[in-house]
Design a protein around this ligand. Structure first.
Ligand code: SAM
Length: 299
């Protein structure tokens, strides 16, 4: 499931009054590849709860079997989450603890769970995160792109027009951008990013994290596209794409139309140095930048 948090946010009022008789809903992160990444606390919780709500019970059964856990599983996925939440809430209200897991990583992050968590909180049920693997955080931690501020965009629209429109909106986003993408769309996605953000923008493809063929390739988008196009293996497996945020260019493009207009008027009447000094006073723009732009315009 991809977009689990898309609607009806305002319909539920979060309860401030805890229901002390009720059980706890644990939101448990599970490995994104390497099973050794499961947390000690996650294992204990999965062992001790009465029920595990899982995105795909067959998939999660293998995880539980690997760790010798016999807790019963019930499906909580994209198609039944809204309808089935009531069933899980009833168990919680009866005093049982329930764990929520997805196929991989942190539930609710491009995965099901939003409706259940929201309804549990609205019913005064304690919701406890059991943190652990998450592909976007793993990718960011090793990509070498600025990590102090970033935005997570989840999956881009599958169709080219929608994808490009979304990318256009992000063109001047200055924070590091993080996307999930399906392997069969990775090349067209990178090509659209190159077309919209420019081939020189730095990006990182983080593929098969924590698995045997883990790859982190950082390069300007044009180079990254060519590299992925030339090697089919790079179009397989699971991937995260990270793109460096937009940086205001030094020079003419960095000036507002008004600052440029003032500079041009003054340049027409005054020597270059005097024109830039006055333009700096009028517009508040750095003198050095105006001087550099003035030189470009004169030449
Ligand atoms: N809830 C998960 C999390 O916490 O990361 C994400 C689930 S989302 C349905 C699946 C997407 O996450 C994949 O298409 C891929 O973009 C990314 N992903 C999951 N595991 C990954 C891995 N081992 N390496 C790279 N990307 C991964």
């Amino acid at each position: 499931m991809r977009d689990s948090c898309d609607a009806e946010v305002s319909a539920v009022t979060l309860s401030e009054a805890p229901n002390s008789q009720a059980g706890t809903l644990y939101v448990v992160a599970t490995p994104i590849g390497n099973l050794d990444d499961i947390g000690v606390r996650a294992l204990r919780v999965l062992r001790e709860v009465a029920l595990i709500a899982a995105e795909d019970t067959r998939h999660s059964q293998r995880l539980l079997q690997h760790f010798g856990i016999q807790t019963p599983l019930a499906a909580c996925h994209e198609h039944n989450e809204r309808d089935e939440s009531g069933r899980f809430l009833a168990r919680l209200q009866a005093g049982e603890d329930v764990a929520l897991i997805s196929d991989a990583g942190t539930p609710l992050v491009s995965d099901p769970g939003f409706h259940l968590v929201r309804q549990a909180r609205a019913a005064g049920i304690r919701v406890v995160p059991v943190p652990g693997p998450c592909a976007l955080i793993a990718a960011l931690s090793a990509a070498g792109l600025p990590s102090d501020r970033f935005i997570f965009e989840g999956f881009l629209p599958a169709r080219a027009a929608g994808r490009r429109a979304r990318l256009e909106l992000l063109k001047e986003e200055s924070r590091t951008l993080i996307f999930y993408e399906a392997p069969h769309r990775i090349l067209e996605c990178l090509e659209d990013m190159q077309a919209v953000f420019g081939g020189g923008r730095q990006a990182v493809l983080a593929r098969e994290l924590t698995k045997t063929f883990e790859t982190l390739k950082g390069a300007p988008l044009a180079e990254l596209c060519a590299w992925v196009a030339a090697d089919n293996n790079q179009q397989r497996g699971e991937c995260v794409v990270l793109v460096a945020g937009w940086q205001a260019p030094e020079g003419e493009e960095a000036l507002s139309a008004e600052a440029l207009r003032v500079l041009d008027l003054l340049l027409a009447e005054l020597p270059l140095k005097r024109a830039t000094a006055l333009a700096a006073e009028i517009t508040g723009v750095r003198k050095n930048l105006l001087y550099q732009v003035a030189l470009e315009r004169k030449s």
